[in-house]
Design a binder for this molecule. Structure first.
Ligand code: PLP
Length: 406
């Protein structure tokens, strides 16, 4: 029987969860491609570097006859090898039992939001921010409180007074992404210490998303918050194989903390989703057992060359300003226009340079502060140097055509 009664509205949560700013214009990109355009994707952090052979070559060796659930906390061998990797390569002193293997850093973040906060509790973040934190907050009922960081200051952490003035009796944690997505900023030891001291003083948790930890440039060494405070129980780190090993689709990440109660409670949540993928855990374990440091070094060098190529080309374009990223593979770029969302749509909808165009992510979606980031875009430098140079040409021509059109 069919009635004309309108369907019930979906939940507040469903309505409040924003679409990803990285993918929002994907429909336009698809149309552009169907119309024959070549679209250079600078919008999404999908690395194009080949995944490590140790991972791929191990897959046929997966010997179990049934692909069964893994342990909810992750396979013992993977936790051992991840710990070994961090201790060996980063000179840390992690213990396998303090790892919880998750479906990417994403799931680790969702567990942490849920474990640290009740509904309406607050987590302080720095604006601009990784846009999916906004989605995770909407899913878990957490309120994110943004503290603004500025392009002209290299997106470094704001002063302590500004941070303190954003705390309330509902604040439960500070979340930092280091190196940062979307800005590419790497934070100094002093900045990390400042946050840690503040968390001590105000009895807050400190969550550090270290998804890009090994992708750092200009001679920097990877810096984990665990280097500063290896045994501090108010710290949780989130880690992932997605970016440094080009394994986004493997969906393997982890949560690490010296806080056994936190790990235990997150494990109860993990039990409700049974386990992370078994086959990928097997291959990840094979990879981390004997990481080829050269792979990481080559990837790092490649991203640094791309960063240099992109920044060199951008600095030739009139009116374009940016902060040179010290890590990760993103740059937030200010354009000489008012509305970067409109410009990004224009590139996909109308603009072609020899049949080619660009897909860039409007930066407003990475800002929680209303009206921020309107004239900026985030560029992911996950394409070859040559393609990035060509992308610079298209951006320059696109800006000219857009401004001419008025
Ligand atoms: C800062 C940051 N954290 C977490 C994630 C999610 O990573 P994963 O693929 O491990 O879920 C990403 C992915 O882009 C990211 O940029």
């Amino acid at each position: 029987m069919k009635t004309n009664t309108p369907l019930r509205p979906l939940s507040q949560r469903a309505r409040k969860t924003p679409p990803s700013p990285i993918r929002r214009l994907s429909g336009l990109a698809e149309q552009a491609k169907q119309g024959g355009a070549k679209v250079h994707h600078l919008n999404i952090g999908q690395p194009d570097i080949v995944s490590p052979n140790e991972f791929l070559a191990s897959l046929p060796r997966y010997a179990d006859k049934v692909v069964a659930y893994e342990a909810s906390q992750g396979s013992q061998i993977l936790r051992e090898n991840w710990s070994h990797y961090m201790n060996d390569l980063l000179s840390l002193s992690t213990q396998p039992n303090n790892f919880l293997i998750t479906m990417g850093a994403s799931e680790a973040l969702i567990f942490l939001f849920m474990a640290l906060c009740d509904a309406e509790d607050e987590i302080l973040i720095f604006d601009p921010t990784y846009a999916n934190y906004i989605g995770f907050a909407a899913l878990t009922g957490v309120n994110l409180v943004p503290v603004h960081s500025a392009l002209d200051d290299g997106f470094c952490l704001p002063g302590i007074d500004q941070i303190v003035s954003s705390l309330s009796d509902k604040t439960r944690a500070i979340l930092l992404c280091n190196p940062n997505n979307p800005t590419g900023t790497t934070y100094s030891r002093d900045e990390l210490e400042m946050l840690l001291n503040l968390c001590e003083e105000r009895n807050l948790y400190l969550v550090v998303d270290e998804t890009y930890r090994e992708i750092v440039f200009d001679g920097r060494a990877p810096l984990s918050i665990l280097h500063l405070a290896p045994k501090n129980k108010r710290i949780a780190i989130v880690d992932s194989l997605s970016k440094r090993f080009s394994l986004c689709g493997a969906r393997i990440g982890c949560l690490y903390s010296e806080n056994e109660v936190l790990i235990e409670k997150c494990l109860s949540m993990a039990q409700a989703r049974l386990s992370a993928p078994s086959v990928e855990q097997f291959a990840a374990s094979e990879l981390l057992q004997s990481v080829d440091a050269q792979y990481l070094e080559d990837a790092r060098n490649e991203y640094e060359k791309r960063r240099d190529a992109l920044c060199a080309r951008l600095s030739e374009i009139e009116g374009v300003t940016f902060h040179t990223p010290g890590g990760a593979f993103y740059a937030v770029v200010r354009l000489p226009i008012e509305n970067a969302e409109d410009f990004s749509s224009y590139l996909l909808r109308e603009f072609r340079d020899n049949g080619e165009t660009l897909f860039v992510a409007p930066a407003a979606g990475f800002y929680m502060g209303a009206g921020r980031g309107l004239n900026k875009v985030r560029i992911a430098f996950v394409l070859t140097e040559d393609t990035l140079g060509r992308a610079g040409d298209i951006l320059e021509a696109g800006l000219q055509a857009y401004r001419k059109k008025g």
